[in-house]
Design a protein around this ligand. Structure first.
Ligand code: ZN
Ligand code: MN
Length: 265
């Protein structure tokens, strides 16, 4: 069976299981799993921003590399004050670490056991990363897959693919850092490019980047989070920056993964 198969969509949820099985039988199947969060993103962006963006990035990369996209993991680990404003804010609906580790482990075991050759987790929520890593590690242990196995799992956060050149174009006045890019120029510009009907730029608040201590204090002092809920202002966001970010990130990401896994672009 042709690995490009007859399918109108790269979303697994949209295709039938018989078509999926034929694709798995090619022995080269790569399943992309978007991971996000349901989390406050200030007054101008929707709470689903992280899951929306990771799904759009994963979809573009899967289309470019002949992969399929699994249902997103749409909830994430607890928002932390220094990277997402904090878990105390209504509109931030979070999982305990043990839950996200378990979900990741179950998904990876299920996908690989049924014949996916590779799984690529595309993370869109800063706080998730290490718990996804742990879930993958436990899944491989359960499956008995060690160094030298033909199957593999890749884990990445999509912003790690933003190039230095793109960064300069998007942040002409200086880059504040990925940790406080919460509801800021990156996410707002990407949303203006991809889902403009979900952005209310007129409600965006301009304020200096949050000044946060080097330590984590628990419980948090809520006053340390700007009232907007954003850690840096979205001022300067536009759809052109979003297009630049999206096209550069998805092209480099697809190319990198295709090279790593021996997929044809
Ligand atoms: Zn976000
Ligand atoms: Mn987030």
């Amino acid at each position: 069976m042709d690995t490009s198969m007859r399918r109108a969509s790269v979303q697994m949820a949209d295709i039938d299981a018989h078509t999926y099985r034929d694709w798995l039988a090619s022995g080269r199947a790569t399943v992309w799993v978007p991971v996000g969060a349901l989390e406050q993103h200030g007054p101008h962006l929707p709470m689903g921003t992280d899951a929306i963006l990771s799904r759009r990035v994963a979809t573009a990369a899967a289309e470019a590399t002949g992969g399929l996209v699994a249902q997103p993991l749409a909830y994430g680990y607890k928002s932390q004050q220094k990277s997402g404003g904090g878990n105390h804010l209504p509109g931030t609906i979070s999982l305990d670490a043990s839950t996200i580790i378990g979900l990741t482990r179950d998904l990876v075991v299920s996908l690989l056991r049924q014949g996916a050759r590779h799984v690529v987790l595309v993370n869109g929520h800063y706080e998730n990363y290490q718990f996804l890593y742990e879930g993958i590690d436990l899944a491989l242990r359960e499956l008995g897959l060690g160094p030298g196995a033909e199957s593999s799992v890749l884990l990445l956060s999509y912003w790690d693919y933003v190039s230095a050149q793109t960064l300069e174009a998007v942040y002409p006045d200086g880059f504040p850092g990925w940790d406080i890019e919460h509801g800021g120029v990156l996410e707002t510009s990407l949303m203006l490019h991809l889902e403009p009907h979900l952005v209310e730029l007129g409600r965006a608040v301009d304020h200096p980047p949050a000044r946060l201590p080097r330590f984590d204090r628990l419980p948090v002092l809520p006053s340390r989070t700007p009232a907007s809920g954003c850690l840096s202002a979205p001022t300067g966001s536009d759809a052109d920056k979003g297009r630049l970010l999206f096209e550069q990130v998805t092209a480099d990401l697809a190319d990198d993964v295709a090279t790593e896994l021996g997929l044809r672009l």
